[in-house]
Write a protein that binds this ligand. Structure first.
Ligand code: SF4
Length: 412
């Protein structure tokens, strides 16, 4: 079939530019983020290229290689047509190679052939940006959120035991990796409380208070308990919501609840929420991201699902005694999660807070089972793998809302 393409600038390019932003906020350890060049995210799916990515790459490749670029190319069209009756191209997917559907530019030792030959700027935007997702405020301020599904993000979180801080850069960094991510950012940041938009200043305040809460030296579940009670109290009735502004927004006070039992029950429900077979299958799929420990004895174990099913004894024997050793990493992970945008687009703030506890609970369940399979106490390196696996679990499955426990969001 013959196809004709009309290339028009995408809406994103109309919005973003090369002007330095007023500021860029990110979690402080991510200033030092570098891809591990092990190719974890370059296989397992057909990488979507935008037309601009494809044309740029086409221009960089020598004449002799251009012809093969279009082999195995799938065009993904946007749903529906324009008012003029034209079909709009959403992205292009290059068929992956081999059983694990690896990107055709992935080298056998894990590096990227395009990056090595033509530099960062030749890569598809997706490859430049991942694992960061950028958000832009109306006033041009940018936030970069680094996704802890990436093992190198977890390594950065584990680089120190000090409380995690947020960092604000004025203008560009002078680091092409970070600056290109900033330039690509066009998605808007925002959050809802029920049907009401949370003012940007209130969102900033809530996130700063959440990060500060994790700097207090106490078990992370106690911080989560205090935080979730604070999120639960964030409630607007229709009358107060009608007039609220950044200054009238309900107070966000992080104080330990008089009775922690309701939260403890919620956390227990989060830990127990999922079927062992589903968790085991997800961990097996995540193995290509695990570098902090050898994943083979875990994913090849016939008793993995058993220990995920009967997690309580594993929890008591292999995880609970390690609480103090794991506390700094857990607190830094959760501070990173609560401090960076937290919600995508216009997500509900209280649901986002509950979702952090879903992640935390699932990481405990997975870590305990890992300890039981490997017959050793859960140390930091094992827990890093459990963090990534729990992030991957929620990222790759779209679990129905009604199948999950809720605490701060339970009013809805
Ligand atoms: S182009 Fe390079 S970075 Fe992107 S998916 Fe392929 S190998 Fe990975």
């Amino acid at each position: 079939m013959k196809l004709s393409l009309t290339v028009v600038p995408s809406p994103r390019e109309a919005q973003v530019g090369t002007e330095p932003p007023p500021s860029v906020q990110l979690s402080e350890p991510m200033r030092r983020f570098q891809c591990n060049q092990k190719g974890c995210c370059c296989s397992g799916w057909d990488i979507p290229f935008r037309l601009e990515d494809f044309l740029r790459l086409h221009d960089r490749l020598p004449e002799s290689e251009r012809g093969t670029l279009t082999h195995g190319l799938k065009l993904v069209l946007e749903q529906g047509k324009t008012p003029e009756g034209e079909q709009v191209l959403h992205s292009m997917k290059l068929d992956g190679a081999g059983d694990d559907r690896a990107c055709r530019f992935l080298e056998s030792e894990g590096g990227c052939n395009v990056h090595a030959r033509f530099g960062l700027s030749a890569l598809p935007d997706l490859c430049v940006d991942f694992p960061a997702f950028g958000y832009r405020h109306d006033d041009g301020r940018v936030e970069l959120w680094f996704d802890p599904v990436c093992p190198e993000v977890i390594e950065q979180l584990g680089e120190s035991d000090a409380p995690l801080r947020l960092f604000q850069q004025q203008g560009f960094f002078g680091d092409p990796g970070l600056d290109l991510r900033v330039q690509h950012t066009s998605d808007r940041i925002g959050a809802r409380l029920g049907q009401y938009t949370v003012p940007a200043a209130a969102l900033d305040q809530i996130r700063a208070a959440s990060v500060a809460a994790f700097a207090v030296d106490r078990p992370p579940w106690q911080t989560l308990s205090a935080l979730l009670h604070a999120f639960r109290r964030l409630h607007l009735d229709d009358a107060s919501a009608f007039e609220f502004s950044a200054f009238e927004f309900p107070a966000f006070e992080v104080t330990a609840p008089e009775d922690p039992r309701p939260f403890v029950g919620f956390l227990a429900d989060c830990i127990a929420a999922h079927g062992p077979d589903l968790l085991a299958a997800s961990l097996i799929r995540y193995q290509r991201f695990i570098w902090s420990i050898d994943p083979k004895p875990l994913v090849g174990s016939p008793v993995l699902a058993d220990h995920l099913r009967d997690w309580q004894p594993a929890f008591a024997q292999w995880l609970a005694p390690q609480e103090d050793a794991l506390r700094p990493l857990q607190a830094r992970w959760m501070a990173h999660r609560f401090g960076t945008p937290m919600v995508k687009g216009r997500g509900d703030l209280r649901e986002a807070a509950d979702s952090m506890v879903h992640l935390y609970g699932t990481s405990l369940r997975i870590a305990a089972a890992m300890g039981a399979v490997l017959q050793r106490p859960v140390d930091r390196e094992m827990y890093k793998a459990a963090i990534g696996a729990s992030e991957f679990f929620y990222r790759s499955l779209h679990l129905p809302r009604e199948s999950l426990p809720w605490f701060a969001a339970s009013r809805e």
